[in-house]
Design a protein around this ligand. Structure first.
Ligand SMILES: Nc1ncnc2c1ncn2[C@@H]1O[C@H](COP(=O)(O)OP(=O)(O)O)[C@@H](O)[C@H]1O
Ligand SMILES: [Mg+2]
Length: 244
């Protein structure tokens, strides 16, 4: 379970998140949609404390932190509950596929090397990269690098997975393969997922719930049916019309 209350984040004078409240139950898949520059990435990055929010109470799986008062150690524990898949993959260029997937387990979670390797190999298999375990990212396509990103995020066994536009840096012909992997993970692993995406058909199909973010707030949320077929909010209607 993830619960976020009154989340605020600014960059200098720019207020990006203006008091977000959000809850998702275990295994729920939530798609986050909305125009560019409206705080979708910042929202995910604050959940994983890649950016530190100024204000807000965040809870995942019974671990709660108050952004205004939390200590480094609390943040470290909290961060282990979630993992992120980035738009630009963020794989380590000087490490092989296997090393990339093992690293968060050995460095952050302090899992012993043997167990980390066994886990890594299993997740690498699930994303279809077994024949590339010793390859460096420079030898991989964008789609393959993103598979590494997904395996790495899965391998730490997170309660919540955060996907920030996982397909928007990919050539069109590689998008389907990645969406298929995410779809399969969502089904087989019953993990809570927050997925920022511009792939509306994918969002409609995979999500239990859709959030529309605009101007640092959640303007509308609901089931995919309600959100895509019968949106109530004018801005959301306009946003969807633009994509047609
Ligand atoms: N590290 C940062 N420093 C300054 N401004 C930032 C930073 N990250 C994001 N922003 C600004 O915050 C706003 C929201 O960005 P972002 O969360 O990336 O939006 P989205 O993902 O919805 O496109 C934008 O105006 C962006 O320029
Ligand atoms: Mg973004």
């Amino acid at each position: 379970m993830i619960k976020i209350r009154n989340l605020h984040k600014s960059f200098g004078a720019l207020q990006v998140l203006k008091g977000i409240d959000f809850t998702a139950s275990e295994g729920e898949v939530v798609a986050v949609i909305g125009p560019s520059g409206m705080g979708k990435s910042t929202f995910l990055r604050c959940i994983n404390f890649i950016e530190k929010p100024e204000k807000g109470i965040l809870e995942i799986d019974g671990i709660e932190v108050d952004a205004q008062t939390c200590k480094e150690k609390e943040i470290r524990n909290f961060r282990m509950k979630a993992s992120m898949v980035f738009q630009n993959y963020n794989v380590f260029k000087n490490k092989t596929v296997l090393q990339n997937v093992m690293l968060p387990m050995t460095a952050v979670q302090k899992i012993d090397k043997q167990t980390a390797q066994t886990n890594a190999l299993e997740y690498i298999r699930q994303v279809g990269l077994t024949d590339k375990i010793d390859a460096y990212p420079s030898r991989l396509s964008g789609g393959q690098q993103q598979r590494v990103g997904i395996a790495r995020a899965m391998a730490v066994n997170p309660k919540v997975m955060l996907f920030d536009e996982p397909t928007s840096s990919l050539d069109p012909e590689l998008v389907t393969g990645i969406l298929e992997i995410i779809r399969r993970l969502a089904k087989e692993h019953k993990r809570t997922m927050l997925i920022v995406t511009h792939e509306m058909r994918f969002a409609q199909e995979i999500a239990d719930r859709v959030l529309f973010m605009d101007n640092g707030m959640i303007l509308e949320e609901g089931t995919p049916e309600n959100m895509f077929i019968n949106p109530q909010n004018e801005r959301m209607k306009r946003f969807l019309d633009q994509l047609k």
